[in-house]
Write a protein that binds this ligand. Sequence first.
Ligand code: NDP
Ligand code: 8X3
Length: 263
Amino acid sequence: MALINIMYMALSNLTILITGATSGIGEACARRYAAEGARLVLWARRTDRLEALAEELRSGGAAVLTQTVDVTNRPAVEAAVAAWPPSYQTVDVLVNNAGLSRGLEPIHEGDYTNWDEMIDTNIKGLLNVTRSVLPAMVHRGSGTVINIASIAGRTAYRGGNVYAATKAAVKMLSDSMQIDLNGTGVRVCNVDPGLVETEFSLVRFRGDGERAQSVYKGYQPLTGDDVADVVVWVSTRPRHVSIQDILITPTDQATPTIVHRTP
Ligand code: NDP
Ligand code: 8X3
């Protein structure tokens, strides 16, 4: 057996593109990958946060390229990829993490703007990025795509409607990538987190901190770092091993709505 087949993939000198790196799961992934010695390309819309994170990671020795990119803006995504300097052009791992939820209204009271934003970001944004990055991976015959979907894409809950549908779409896209990329050497992993305490609920409830905090009360939610731990683990498996699908929840969470809470 060739030695390469039994070796874990070292991340030093690999290039990792993380979308949505300014907060929560994406930011935690950036920290974990930087600690492993990877070269980072970090994308999000908030430039000040991107720069602050990059400065911190660079001071620890990491090589970091930041680009202010809204994944819903297809020309901007394509331009960002086209602008990569030679040392960043080989993306080995793509973490499709940028995403959001807006509102929790029943479907008959749903807000079209919220719906558009979720669909444009969670589905079309992920497609924009994937379509721009995958051809080079396929050409090289290697790479790993990690799509952050959600437990909400597996089981619906009251008011989750369009958000849940976008995440079910991500799961179906992961399955489709699995099939389309079979034989190319490119791996695809779908990660479905349960409740993770990030800015997710603050964004969903448009800055209502009290309502956002109540989502995580009475049990120990996951942290962004818990999910990042899994993401990095997936990308460090030996080249012949593909982790296709992961569901990660807090121990106290059984389904999106069955959560053991203590007062
Ligand atoms: P956060 O709100 O903390 O982080 C979301 C990140 O996405 C931010 O960095 C934000 O950056 C970025 N983002 C949002 N829209 C865009 C856009 N149009 N273009 C580029 N970047 C964008 O939430 P989480 O870390 O929790 O969410 C990360 C992913 O995990 C999402 O896909 C979410 O659906 C998923 N998820 C979250 C769970 C949870 O319980 N928290 C559970 C399951 C899945 P900026 O605003 O600077 O652009
Ligand atoms: C985020 C988790 O349950 O709030 O995807 O939808 S949930």
